[in-house]
Design a binder for this molecule. Structure first.
Ligand SMILES: Nc1ncnc2c1ncn2[C@@H]1O[C@H](COP(=O)(O)OP(=O)(O)OP(=O)(O)O)[C@@H](O)[C@H]1O
Length: 207
């Protein structure tokens, strides 16, 4: 068991000549829900990308599960990332995309039918993702992310496209994930989701 799942010290990131993150410190304990908040462009997505090992630090240290994040099977067995919309497989339905996740991850957190039910997609399960609405597609992304086994969720604006009822439902799902011992770090502009979380601001500004 780790005392902290995430340990960030003195993190700085420059993109081009742009100092996006400066001397950022963050510690996240198991079972915590952390909301990375702040105005557009303050570095929320950049921080999440650093935690996912997708953005190298200019200086400072990022440790996830005690080690620098590495783009390898061991890291991704524990970490589920919701970032930009993925590329969808042509010819596969929403259900078949979730079945792919189950085929790849041998111990899914729920069945495909349960995921379709939880994410209110059962009636559109035979649609191609590109024939779903924006919010339905986001629910499919969330279903795929929460279906796979993980102990750390990294979510970049999970509320994107969701109606207010489903945003509330998502807050409950994240609470359940944390109650099971999982840890959540999300970049969000949604006050409801943020109200369930400890707030962290890359820039020191939260509104
Ligand atoms: N490839 C890049 N080169 C230079 N600057 C970049 C690059 N990518 C992002 N930036 C800049 O880095 C800053 C942080 O971007 P980031 O996407 O992390 O912000 P954010 O807080 O997630 O914003 P939003 O709320 O709009 O999603 C922004 O000023 C952005 O313009």
């Amino acid at each position: 068991m780790y005392e902290s799942i995430i340990e960030v010290t003195g993190l700085a990131v420059e993109l081009g000549a742009n100092p996006v993150l400066q001397d950022l410190r963050l510690t996240v304990a198991p079972g915590e829900i952390v909301a990375v908040v702040g105005p557009n462009g303050c570095g929320k997505s950049t921080l999440l990308r650093c935690l996912a090992g997708l953005q190298p630090a200019t200086s400072g240290e990022v440790r996830v599960f005690g080690e620098p994040p590495a783009d390898d099977a061991r890291f991704w067995a524990r970490v589920a990332l919701l970032g930009d919309e993925p590329a969808w497989y042509p010819g596969l339905t929403a259900r078949e995309h979730l079945e792919l996740m189950v085929a790849v991850h041998t111990t899914p957190r729920m069945t495909v039918d349960a995921a379709l039910d939880v994410f209110a997609l059962a009636e559109r399960d035979d649609a191609a993702p590109l024939n779903l609405s924006t919010g339905q597609r986001q629910r499919l992304c969330l279903a795929a992310t929460l279906l796979r086994p993980s102990t750390l969720l990294l979510l970049d604006e999970p509320e994107r496209g969701l109606d207010s009822a489903f945003r509330s439902r998502l807050a409950g799902l994240l609470d359940d994930y944390a109650a099971e011992g999982g840890t959540v770090v999300m970049a969000t502009h949604d006050d409801g989701l943020a109200s369930h979380a400890r707030l962290v601001s890359p820039s020191g500004v939260t509104a």
